[in-house]
Design a protein. Sequence first.
Length: 249
Amino acid sequence: MILELDCGNSFIKWRVLTGASGSVFSEGVVDSDQMLLSELKALAGLFLRKCRLVSVRTTEETGALIEALEQAFGVSVVCASPAREMSGVRNGYDDFERLGLDRWVAMLGGFHLASGACLVLDFGTAVTADFIASDGEHLGGFICPGMPLMRNQLRTHTRKIRYGDLAAERALASQAPGRSTVEAVERGCALMLQGFVLTQVEMARGYWGADFMVFITGGDANLVSGIVPQARIVPDLVFVGLAMACPLS
Ligand SMILES: Nc1ncnc2c1ncn2[C@@H]1O[C@H](COP(=O)(O)OP(=O)(O)OP(=O)(O)O)[C@@H](O)[C@H]1O
Ligand SMILES: CC(C)(CO)[C@@H](O)C(=O)NCCC(=O)O
Ligand SMILES: [K+]
């Protein structure tokens, strides 16, 4: 079995693939290394052979997680690393090592699935957009605050915006103008993300006409699903690209 990890800024997304068929044996989202280890240890029938991961955390944090995994499961861990070019995609950053590795592997996955020009949108703690032309050239991208950062900025920098998680979830059942603080904030931020998607797609049309694919991924992808009918929601896009960046023999 292969353990795959996407270590983001707030959460670790994990899944275990069975060696033979590559089908998903188990998966989850955790908010700490400790929780990851305990969820894995609780899995009946787990026999990890290898692990591959992509991380946007510091070298120290990622190193500590790798060490913990090696100790707990005796697995060898392979880490996605920056590259100027891979699987037909050319990193568009002036300083290619600075491009977030989650963006990089999602781009590899997107270009592979599209076999052509694509726009990759990721809705996590941060929101990112990346443009890859049909020849694999990464034209660059955008980074903005995601839903958790937007709502927390409002909560932190105002006196009277206060509400709980459950109310927030309920507020998102509709998009009508809010009639309470929670509705006004949650729907307002969701509309910001939707407007972002439309702007990015407009820009992609400017480059490529109608000849491109749009991929949407990340924990908050559901907030923008349906905005662009032709967009594909691919929750595991990072894992698709991770397998390409870290082939295991
Ligand atoms: N099962 C889940 N567990 C945790 N968060 C979830 C889950 N499903 C959806 N979310 C939402 O996903 C968002 C976080 O997205 P995601 O996990 O893709 O990114 P992240 O790890 O926080 O950050 P990064 O952008 O650095 O990858 C949160 O706003 C959260 O509400
Ligand atoms: C933008 C995030 C936080 C998105 O997860 C991550 O890709 C990252 O830390 N990137 C480094 C900065 C950059 O990509 O330019
Ligand atoms: K991410």
